[in-house]
Design a binder for this molecule. Structure first.
Ligand SMILES: [Zn+2]
Length: 167
């Protein structure tokens, strides 16, 4: 192991440079430090992260508390092989919140439902002076509070700090 390098924080570009990126269906193993069952491990934005969680964050703009590999290949960083959560209850809960139109305390879940493209769309509409929140609530199935937070940049701050691809 290259101890010094493994503990140095990585940038977004360095992260992907250390992943064996392949085709959309392939497994993309992390090439550096491995921990536990084989998860990649690195320093990123001042914290120690598991590599697949960084891959998800950089792709989708957020990372859920629980994230599982559909390929059962722990070092894999292919975002197509990563799914939020592993509890049916969690997902049912998330769907319910989306339908209820908000007012729930679990805003983390509603944020996780958006894609980077959708969050960016809200941000751009706000910037352009379009504050028709009710319309965005219906369109994106998130709460009014969350639309406002994304619009003013309190949520999805990651859009400002890294180049999140539109997925
Ligand atoms: Zn995989």
């Amino acid at each position: 192991m290259q101890g010094r390098d493994d503990r140095s924080p990585m940038t977004r570009e360095e992260f992907w440079a250390n992943v064996a990126v392949g085709g959309p269906e392939d497994c993309w193993p992390f090439l550096r430090c491995r921990v536990g069952l084989g998860y990649g491990s690195l320093r990123f934005e001042g914290r120690t992260w598991l590599a697949h969680r960084v891959a998800y964050l950089l792709t989708y703009g957020n990372v859920p508390p629980a994230l599982r590999h559909t390929c059962d290949n722990y070092p894999c960083c292919n975002p197509n092989h990563l799914l939020p959560g592993d509890q049916k209850a969690n997902m049912a809960d998330c769907r319910l919140r989306g339908r209820s139109g908000g007012q729930s305390p679990g805003e983390l879940h509603t944020e996780a439902k958006l894609t980077a493209r959708e969050a960016r769309s809200i941000r751009e509409r706000y910037a352009a002076g379009d504050h028709r929140i009710g319309q965005m609530v219906r369109e994106f199935h998130i709460s009014r509070a969350q639309v406002r937070r994304i619009g003013v940049g309190q949520a999805w701050k990651v859009l400002d700090t890294v180049a999140v691809p539109n997925v």
